[in-house]
Design a protein around this ligand. Structure first.
Ligand code: SAH
Length: 201
């Protein structure tokens, strides 16, 4: 998977390549889709949600420019695969998911892999996680029409956020948000298609 889908494209960050070589994606894919765990596509994980395509996980992780001491907020835990990749590079990961059964499954998967630097929260991620803010990095893995205000506020100065912006079934773009001296700048990186970031809990 890593050789054919990640290194052969534009992913060059050795931290990302090593993390994705190490984390078994099959751990995060259930039942009848397990044999497709290393294929070049998103897959259903139940509750109408999906685990992202491996390349998109790699692309978003690389765009975040993680450091070993980074504290990361993730919105949309889903299967927990992206969470595991982040946790194997960064210092701490705080991850929020709105569907309770997905939180429980992801927590189990990470426990089985012995990953301990992750805190889980079952709630609406649009509010962020004030208690542990500010965060050096924020990653949102569901599409939003806006960049939620709380997430803007909880991004540290000098921090980076990656978020798919746009409407569902319309064009969405991965946007890299940089915060410097309390000003945000935005750069579109890649057209994508994500499930929606729900507004109501
Ligand atoms: N990175 C995940 C992607 C999961 S899909 C993976 O690769 O497995 C996006 C996830 O975002 C879904 O699990 C969905 O339930 C969750 N989600 C959608 N809106 C949300 C919100 N407002 N707050 C928290 N999680 C949300």
């Amino acid at each position: 998977m890593v050789r054919e889908q990640i290194s052969s494209r534009d992913i060059i960050d050795p931290k990302v390549i090593s993390a994705m070589s190490k984390i078994p994606r099959e751990q995060f894919v259930t039942g009848k889709y397990k044999h497709l765990a290393y294929s070049d596509q998103p897959l259903p994980i139940g509750k109408n949600q999906t685990i992202s395509q491996p390349y998109v996980v790699a692309f978003m992780t690389q765009a975040l420019q993680l450091k070993r001491d980074s504290r990361v907020l993730e919105i949309g835990t889903g299967s927990g695969y992206q969470t595991a990749v982040l946790a194997s590079i960064a210092k701490e990961v705080y991850t929020i998911e709105v569907i309770k059964s997905l939180v429980d499954n992801a927590r189990d998967s990470l426990k089985q892999l012995g990953i301990k630097n992750v805190r889980f929260k079952h709630s609406n991620g649009r509010a962020g996680w004030q208690e542990f803010a500010p965060f050096d990095r924020i990653i949102v893995t569901a599409a939003s029409e806006d960049i939620p205000r709380c997430l803007q506020d909880q991004l540290a100065d000098g921090g980076l956020m990656i978020i798919p912006v746009g409407r569902q079934h319309w064009s969405q773009d991965l946007v890299l948000v940089t915060k410097k001296k309390n000003r945000l700048s935005k750069e579109k990186l890649l057209p994508v298609r994500f499930v929606p970031l729900v507004k109501k809990h």
